[in-house]
Design a protein around this ligand. Structure first.
Ligand code: C2O
Ligand code: CU
Ligand code: CU
Length: 499
C-alpha cells in the first residue's frame, strides 16, 4: 500500500523536534513489517500462589526492546518485558506487586472495566513514582467474568505510556462457561504502531493530539496480519480488544460469519449475528466466527468517518488484520452455540439524572482545521497543552483536585452524554459496567439490539447517548474520552461515590 507523502513526512520529521529523546535520519523509508506469520499466543503471567482462589504475581513497567521489523530494534515500555495476559477466575483474590521501572516518570496500573476498589484502580491521584512500588489488591466478584485490560493512567502521561507499549489483557473466567470448549478461546489484542525508519516510535504531533494518535500498522498480538489455520466448518471463539490510543475499527470478517456473544462486561443474553461491527478505542467484543466457506477468511477494516481534523487523515478501509486459512478438511462435529448465554437484568429506574456535554476548543486555530493546512510539520511536536487545544466535559478540562459530581453507592443513575463536538468520542466510566438505554441524533432515537454490559461507548459527533449505571463501591472514579490524547488534554472528570 502506498503511503501518502504528507504522512511520510510527518513521521520522518517527528524526531527532529520535541523532547529529542530519540534521533532519526531524515531519509529512509518506513520499515516493512512481515505479514502472514502464525498468530502468536500472548504469554501468560504465572500465578505465584499455590492457594486455591488466590492469584498473586509481580508486574514491572520497564523499558524494553521489541522487534517489529527485520533487523530493527524498537525501544518500548512493557510490563515484564512481554505484556503478559493475566487470567484469573470469578471469586479469586488478586494481589499484584507492582514496580515502576520507567526512568523519570510516574505511572499507575488501571484495571480497565473491572469492579475494583477506587484506591486500587490506578487513578491519576495515586501515582507510583519512578523506582517506586505498590501492591494492587482486589477481589473478583461472582458474575464479573469478562474480557478486561489494564494500562497506565498517570496524570498527563497516559497517552504516551500506552502507545509506547504498556497495556495488557486481564481475562476473568467464569465458574461455568456456556460456550463450548471446542470453540477454543483466542485473544486478539489490537494495537497501533507508528515506527520510523530507524525502528523508533516518533513523538506525537499536533495532529496526533487533535485526533488521537493513529499509527501506521494495526497489529494483532504484536504482529501484522498474522495467520491462523482453521478447519472447514470450524467455529472459533475470538476475543477482540481495541487497545489502541485512538483507532476506530469498523470490522468485517470476509468469507466467514460473525456472531457477537459478549461485550466489555462479559457475555450478552443471546448470540447476535452481525455483518460488521465498530470497535472504538478501549472497547472489547467476543465473537464466534464460523468458517463456513473454503479459502481464506480475512478480518478486514471498513471505512469510518469519525470526524478527522486537519491533515494526514488515515485511510481506515482495507487493512487486513488477520487471515484465517480454511483447510479443505472438514472440522469434526462442533457442538451448537447455546441459544441463551445468561440473563442481564435491567438496572431499573434511575433516581438521578446527570448530563455530560462534550466539547472541543482548538484554541487559536480554526475549528475546521483550515489553518492547519499550511502548518509546518517540523514544529508540530508538542507537549500536551500547547497551542491551547482543549477537550472538555461540561465546559471544563480535567482537574485532579476538583470533584465534578457526587454520587452514592448503589444508586441507579441515568447519564446523558451529549457530544456537541465535531468528532466522535468514546466515553468510558471507571469502576463499573453500564447499560446503554438509547442513542439520539437529530431527534431520531435508536435502542441497542441487545442488552449488554459496557464500560466504553462511542458517542458519535452530534449524538446523545443515555446510559444506566450504578457504582457499588465508594471512592472517586474517573469518566473520560478513551482517545487517550483527548483524556490527556482534559476530556475527563471525577465522580465521587459516597458510601
Ligand atoms: Cu482505560 Cu480511565 O481508562
Ligand atoms: Cu478505565
Ligand atoms: Cu475524544
Amino acid at each position: 500500500m502506498a503511503k501518502p507523502a504528507a504522512a511520510q513526512m510527518k513521521h520522518d520529521m517527528g524526531g527532529m523536534s520535541g523532547h529529542g529523546n530519540h534521533k532519526m535520519p531524515m531519509t529512509g523509508t518506513n520499515p516493512i513489517l512481515s505479514e502472514g506469520r502464525p498468530l502468536k499466543d500472548l504469554p501468560r503471567l504465572p500465578n505465584q500462589s499455590a492457594v486455591p482462589g488466590v492469584f498473586k504475581a509481580k508486574l514491572a513497567a520497564e523499558p524494553g526492546v521489541v522487534r517489529f521489523a527485520e533487523g530493527l530494534d524498537t525501544p518500548a515500555l512493557l510490563y515484564n518485558g512481554t505484556n503478559p495476559v493475566i487470567e484469573a477466575s470469578e471469586g479469586d483474590k488478586v494481589e499484584i506487586s507492582f514496580s515502576n521501572g520507567i526512568p523519570g516518570e510516574p505511572t499507575t496500573i488501571h484495571w480497565h472495566g473491572m469492579p475494583v476498589p477506587a484506591d486500587q484502580d490506578g487513578n491519576p491521584s495515586d501515582p507510583v513514582a519512578s523506582g517506586g512500588e505498590r501492591i494492587y489488591a482486589f477481589d473478583l466478584p461472582e458474575g464479573s467474568a469478562a474480557s478486561y485490560w489494564f494500562h497506565p493512567h498517570p496524570h498527563s502521561l497516559t497517552a504516551e505510556q500506552v502507545y509506547r507499549g504498556l497495556a495488557g489483557i486481564f481475562l476473568v473466567k467464569p465458574k461455568d462457561d456456556p460456550i463450548p470448549p471446542e470453540y477454543g478461546d483466542t485473544i486478539l489484542m489490537l494495537t497501533d504502531l507508528r515506527i520510523a525508519a530507524d525502528g523508533t516510535m516518533p513523538d506525537s504531533t499536533m495532529v496526533d493530539f487533535m485526533n488521537g494518535r493513529v499509527g501506521d500498522h494495526v497489529l494483532v498480538n504484536g504482529q501484522k496480519n498474522p495467520a491462523m489455520v482453521v478447519a472447514f466448518g470450524e467455529k472459533r471463539r475470538l476475543r477482540l480488544f481495541n487497545a489502541t490510543n485512538a483507532r476506530f475499527l469498523r470490522l468485517k470478517f470476509e468469507n466467514a460469519s460473525m456472531t457477537v456473544i459478549g461485550t466489555d462486561g462479559g457475555l450478552i443474553e443471546k448470540p447476535a449475528a452481525v455483518d460488521e461491527l465498530l470497535l472504538t478505542p478501549a472497547e472489547r467484543v467476543e465473537l464466534i466466527v464460523f468458517f463456513d466457506r473454503p479459502g481464506a477468511a480475512k478480518l478486514t477494516t471498513l471505512d469510518y468517518e469519525r470526524g478527522w481534523m486537519g491533515p494526514d487523515k488515515p485511510n481506515e478501509a482495507g487493512m487486513i488484520l488477520l487471515t484465517a486459512h480454511v483447510s479443505d478438511e472438514a472440522a469434526g462435529a462442533m457442538p451448537p452455540l447455546p441459544a441463551k448465554l445468561r440473563s442481564i437484568e435491567s438496572l431499573g429506574n434511575p433516581v438521578v439524572t446527570r448530563r455530560f456535554v462534550l466539547t472541543e476548543s482548538m484554541g487559536g486555530m480554526d475549528h475546521g482545521g483550515i489553518s492547519m493546512q499550511g502548518m509546518d510539520h517540523s514544529n508540530m511536536s508538542m507537549s500536551s497543552d500547547s497551542m491551547g487545544m482543549k477537550f472538555m466535559i461540561n465546559g471544563a478540562t480535567f482537574n485532579m483536585n476538583r470533584i465534578d459530581e457526587v454520587s452514592k453507592v448503589g444508586q441507579v443513575e441515568l447519564w446523558e452524554v451529549v457530544n456537541e463536538a465535531d468528532m466522535d468520542h468514546p466515553f468510558h466510566v471507571h469502576g463499573t459496567q453500564f447499560q446503554i438505554v438509547e442513542h439520539e441524533k437529530n431527534g431520531k432515537i435508536s435502542t441497542p439490539f441487545y442488552r449488554a454490559w459496557k464500560d466504553t461507548v462511542n458517542i458519535v459527533a452530534g449524538e446523545t447517548v443515555r446510559i444506566l449505571l450504578r457504582q457499588d463501591l465508594p471512592g472517586p472514579r474517573m469518566y473520560h474520552c478513551h482517545i487517550l490524547e483527548h483524556e490527556q488534554l482534559g476530556m475527563m472528570g471525577t465522580v465521587d461515590v459516597q458510601a
